[in-house]
Design a protein around this ligand. Structure first.
Ligand code: ASP
Length: 489
């Protein structure tokens, strides 16, 4: 049995919905279909989820959203008409959206989630009707009725463990089940959504719950590529990846698959296959627990902008018991998750996501570190990009860090941070955001282009080992604690 999830571009219009119908018909094992809301039909288009957010926001701001509602209804009506479904499908959608818009607005998160969820919910109903019209025995199933229970963190909900036993029953439903992605219900029966892109998470939860043979994730690319093809157009497709590799690549910017989504399928050992709705015959990328690999082989180079660093130095920090704990406790108390903590003898840096590290939070954190830890120096730097080279074959291989740092040096890229401590299958570099693309190209050339493949791996330099911040922040992107903490990067 297969669970297949289709992303927004696969549902963007009637033509796409008929394509997915053909894909489902082609394989009787595709018995549970998870759908996103209709996505963009072209780069200038707007996703239905964003249209629904606009409805909710208009209502919250001015108590009316007629125009915004009209756009959503129109979008669905076009699909309904093109497929040749009865007009009652659109009328039901409009009635339901009006009810959701008229719901209680006291809790903004709850209100927003009730509207956001409508995109997937109505898309699933429409897809079920379209599939039936095409001769499939297809049925819409509501996540709340099926028992997909979520925490009440609206907009950022997590699945509750008891969901799995309830959802397992989906395995025995006759015909093809059409299940809306992205949302479930809290114990109090309120609609809650996963983070954006969360239909991947729904698909993974169902695949784990029904113990699917494979979780197919249909999108609009043939496969995962070794580098972002917008940076390296000739980057080769990756046909086989391990869960660990995918997790590391997704962390640093590979956006094909939602990184949280991998958790349920990893725990249940269900392989994931990424496929293209527009070219279903292409092999795609299979992500499984293990794969054969050659020593030294790098499978992908990932990169992501949007990180900030807190740099703290204090003479004899290494002897001060509890310094690290107290530093991280300040972040915990300010509700700031941290990403990495590369440290030296008398200094330590904490890397965080820039979008969470707002100027107000930054000012508070700096003031608290100053008064509670009395450092010699504290600086905040924005505009850091993280790059990762990833591959199972990197385990125990001497010289990979040397090869990468040489490539970055040759490209004139300054390494701000290097971390090869905890993970055996990746090395992470921090560079200025402006250097990210040249850095990716340099690493790609070093590890993938034929003329560099033969380059000596080991040249006497050992891997960096451990996490080392190689230099202190400088440049205009650095704000001293005494200065302003406004965003300048
Ligand atoms: N429709 C939702 C979004 O745009 C969820 C998804 O597509 O996975 O984020």
């Amino acid at each position: 049995m297969k669970v297949a999830k289709f992303g927004g571009t696969s549902l963007a219009d009637a033509g796409q919905i008929l394509k997915i119908c053909a894909i489902v018909k082609a394989d009787p094992d595709r018995r549970i279909i998870v759908v996103s809301a209709p996505g963009k039909r072209n780069p200038a288009d707007t996703k239905v989820t964003d249209l629904l957010i606009a409805c909710a926001e208009a209502m919250l701001a001015h108590g009316a959203a007629e125009q915004e509602l009209g756009v959503v209804v129109q979008r669905f009506a076009e699909i309904q008409k093109e497929i040749g479904l009865p007009a009652s499908v659109t009328r039901e959608l409009e009635d339901d959206l009006r009810q959701r818009l008229a719901g209680g607005r006291a809790h903004h998160g709850k209100y927003l989630d009730s509207l956001k969820a409508a995109g997937e919910d109505h898309c699933a109903k429409l897809v079920a009707a379209a599939f039936r019209q095409q001769g499939l025995d297809a049925h819409y199933v509501s996540p709340c009725d099926a028992g997909l229970l979520l925490s009440s963190e609206f907009g950022n909900a997590r699945v509750l463990p008891e969901s799995y036993a309830r959802l397992a029953a989906l395995r025995h439903r006759p015909g093809v089940t059409i299940f809306p992605g992205f949302f479930g219900c809290t114990a109090a029966g309120e609609v809650a959504t996963f983070p954006r892109g969360g239909s991947d998470i729904t698909g993974a939860i169902l695949a784990a719950a029904v113990k699917a043979d494979v979780y197919e994730n249909f999108t609009d690319v043939d496969s995962v590529y070794a580098c972002d093809p917008r940076i390296v157009p000739e980057a080769p497709a990756i046909t086989l990846l391990t869960y660990r590799e995918m997790r590391e690549l997704a962390y640093a910017g590979f956006s094909v698959f939602h990184d949280e989504a991998i958790v349920p399928v990893v725990q249940a050992h269900v392989p994931i296959c990424i496929k293209n709705t527009n070219r279903p015959a292409a092999p795609g990328t299979l992500i499984s627990p293990e794969r054969p690999y050659a020593a030294g082989a790098v499978v992908g180079v990932a990169s992501a902008d949007g990180f900030s660093t807190i740099f703290v130095s204090k003479y004899l920090m290494n002897r001060e018991v509890g310094f690290g704990r107290r530093l991280l406790q300040i972040l915990e108390e300010e509700h700031l998750p941290y990403e990495h903590v590369p440290s030296g003898i008398d200094s330590t840096s904490v890397i965080l996501r820039r979008k969470l590290f707002t100027p107000v939070k930054a000012a508070r954190v700096v003031a608290r570190i100053r008064s509670e830890l009395t450092p010699d120096d504290i600086e905040i730097e924005h505009g850091l990009a993280l790059l990762m080279i990833v591959g199972e074959g990197m385990r125990y291989t001497v010289g990979l860090a040397a090869k990468a740092t040489r490539a970055l040096a040759d490209a004139g890229v300054n390494i701000e941070m290097l971390n090869q401590g905890a993970s055996e299958i990746s090395i992470m570099f921090g560079v200025k955001e402006a250097d990210r693309k040249p850095a990716v190209r340099a690493l790609y050339r070093a590890f993938f282009s034929p003329e560099d493949q033969g380059a000596e791996l080991a040249d006497g330099l050992q891997d960096a080992g451990g996490a080392v911040r190689t230099k202190r922040p400088e440049s205009s992107a650095v704000e001293s604690a005494a200065g302003t903490l406004e965003e300048r990067a």
